[in-house]
Design a protein around this ligand. Structure first.
Ligand code: SAM
Length: 280
């Protein structure tokens, strides 16, 4: 597969929001360096469609007031260029007390649980705060809660479902509306040689039954829109992890979930992102 690289001149205040906007529109990977945001789209999306989505994302940033003028350039990368780029950028990362996220060409240090993620395909390499919050929470909750069924809404690379299964959940489901993410997640499940991890194309309606733990690392608007269905999939007294909430938007999300009878057990902030643990 070949790719397009879009490079944005971005102020720090706008970088996270732009990352999220691009990721929700089919961007496969993003990194930031020295006020420049490097983002990658698959060639198969078609350059006109990519340019349209980039223009929409840029407009959203400019109208939000985060940055008044957002300029960018783009170039075409062959598969070889892409692999070289990612291999340089994508290094193993330790998360929580036991997990190490590694690309397929690396090995995890002794004594750590390896989560192998092919980085080239979707959001969820473990380098984003919101993913790391979910991973660390799953690890911690695995020590406390029942390890029955786990579900990840908006699974991206499948990283959370894979981690949940490796950490002891009997089964894990992941759903994503993006077919490229679904392909990536299924490939990653195979790379990790796991059974009982099922990835569905679509959203929460594709899942069946109730879960001991639900994770949803999504934009606030999507969390609010899916709140009713998320709550309905949680077993009584079970927990859900809500991440991807921008600071300032947490009250609206809490309000919607509280109206459904859930209570906030934990609220974490890194300044930009808010993550919540809620109980039904
Ligand atoms: N779960 C991974 C993680 O924590 O790193 C990936 C999270 S990524 C921020 C959000 C993912 O949600 C994207 O892959 C996007 O395609 C997917 N998504 C967005 N809206 C969705 C919806 N309504 N239902 C299911 N997936 C959705």
């Amino acid at each position: 597969m070949s790719y397009y690289e879009f490079i944005f001149e971005v102020v720090p205040e706008a970088a996270e929001t732009l990352t999220q906007l691009l990721s929700d529109r089919g961007c496969l990977g993003v990194y930031e360096r020295e006020h420049r945001l490097f983002s990658y789209f698959p060639d198969s999306m078609g350059i006109e469609r990519i340019r349209k989505m980039v223009a929409e994302s840029s407009l959203a940033i400019m109208t939000s007031g985060l940055q008044s003028d957002l300029s960018y350039s783009y170039s075409y990368l062959s598969e070889r260029d892409w692999n070289e780029t990612w291999k340089k950028k994508y290094q193993p990362i330790d998360v929580g007390e036991t997990l190490t996220i590694i690309p397929p060409w690396e090995t995890a240090p002794d004594g750590r649980t390896a989560i192998i993620i092919d980085p080239g395909m979707a959001f969820g390499t473990g380098h984003h705060e919101t993913t790391r919050f979910c991973l660390a929470s799953i690890e911690r909750l695995c020590r406390q809660a029942s390890h029955g069924r786990f579900c990840d809404i908006g699974t991206g690379t499948g990283i959370l479902a894979i981690a949940a299964r490796k950490l002891g959940f009997a089964e894990a489901a992941g759903v994503d509306i993006d077919p490229l993410a679904v392909d990536a997640a299924r490939r990653n499940v195979r790379l990790n040689e796991l059974d009982n991890v099922i990835i569905y194309e679509g959203s929460i309606e594709k899942t069946t039954g109730h879960f001991d733990l639900v994770a949803a690392n999504l934009l606030s608007e999507t969390l609010k829109a899916l709140a009713h269905e998320i709550e309905a999939r949680m077993k009584p007294h079970s927990l859900a992890l809500l991440s991807g909430i921008l600071t300032g938007q947490e009250d609206e999300v809490i309000e919607v979930f509280s109206a459904l009878g859930t209570a906030v057990e934990e609220k974490l902030s890194d300044g930009r992102w808010i993550s919540l643990v809620i109980r039904r």
